[in-house]
Design a protein around this ligand. Structure first.
Ligand SMILES: [Zn+2]
Length: 113
């Protein structure tokens, strides 16, 4: 008894593929990373910046995969490595997602002698 809605598609949520886990999900579950024309890589929370973009889940696990396996240069078709500054920003973002307020790799406190 399903009505034939010919010509009028049901409103659907835009889907994007996460470059880490390869799953498609609603666009708003993912964060866009954009390669700017001057070769920088930055987060694009609005999704409106121009440039080549890649999508990653807003999850620590997916960001871990992206950063440890260096998936962004490939996804963004970078000709060179991500600039160090940009990489720092991405790492900081990933750390925030992991939900801990303390830095992931805090050096053990050495007793000063
Ligand atoms: Zn993912």
């Amino acid at each position: 008894m399903a009505p034939l809605a010919r010509g009028s598609r049901p409103r659907h949520v835009p889907q994007r593929t996460c470059i880490a886990c390869r799953q498609t999900d609603a666009k708003r579950q993912l964060v866009r990373v954009v390669r700017t024309p001057d070769g920088h890589v930055s987060l694009d929370p609005t999704g409106k910046r121009s440039g080549r973009g890649a999508y990653v889940h807003e999850s620590a696990a997916c960001w871990h995969t992206v950063l440890t396996r260096a998936l962004l240069p490939r996804a963004l078709k970078l000709s060179s490595a991500i600039p160090e500054d940009d990489l720092q920003t991405l790492h900081a973002y990933a750390e925030r997602l992991s939900g801990t307020s303390e830095p992931v790799a805090s050096p053990p406190r050495q007793p000063s002698s």
